[in-house]
Design a protein around this ligand. Sequence first.
Ligand code: HEM
Length: 218
Amino acid sequence: GRSNARTFKVETACPGTVSYADILALAARDSVNLLGGPSWAVPLGRCDAMFSNATGATTDLSGPGSDLDRLVAGFTAKGLTSHDLAALSGAHTVGMARCLSFRMRVYCDDDISPVFASQMWQVCPSSGGDTAVAPLNSVTPAEFNNGYYRGLVAGAGLLHSDHELFNNEPLDTLVRLYSANGAAFASDFAASMVRLGNISPLTGATGEVRLNCRKVNS
Ligand code: HEM
């Protein structure tokens, strides 16, 4: 569990030295790598925040029904590019989404593989069953590779926001490249993860190294 993350060896070796923010960035890197994805050097030295911002998580992240303009705008507001958007969305190579998040996509979008849509109808009823889940990447759901992009090209993007990356607009070229060239995806993903992890890092007096990941130090 998260609250037990301090059983990490870093805490016994160097008490109060490595922040949870840094541990999370390292764990993300290692999770990707353990599933067959790339690895990268994670810049360290983040502090943990003194307060949390639950509403920011909703207002600053675009929802799964967003169109491409909105997705790009959300990334631009954080100093990331549409190229980062195309590469980082490849994290949807693993993990699940709830019916609630993709119902509109599989019942209302025209631009979807009919076979894929009818498979999703089996999982996700047109009403009710909001919490039923399907893999974000039905091609290779448990591997970190470019299967997600192969799905997009085949009209089998699960979220509307996934499909928006391959909708006859500028990012189609990148999606095609990633779908054909796993090494190009792996290398762009790693570079974009470093940029993602460097968004306004908290350092110095405004933060702290938490002793318990669930609360500020007293
Ligand atoms: C580009 C805009 C993005 C949108 C609109 C988006 C949206 C979503 C949604 C709706 C879900 C399913 C949540 C649910 O139904 O409960 C999801 C899952 C997930 N997303 Fe994203 N996402 C985006 C970008 C990213 C990025 C940049 C990453 C990481 C680099 C990421 C990693 C994941 C992972 C790993 C899951 C699976 C979680 C699980 O299985 O528990 N997503 N995303």
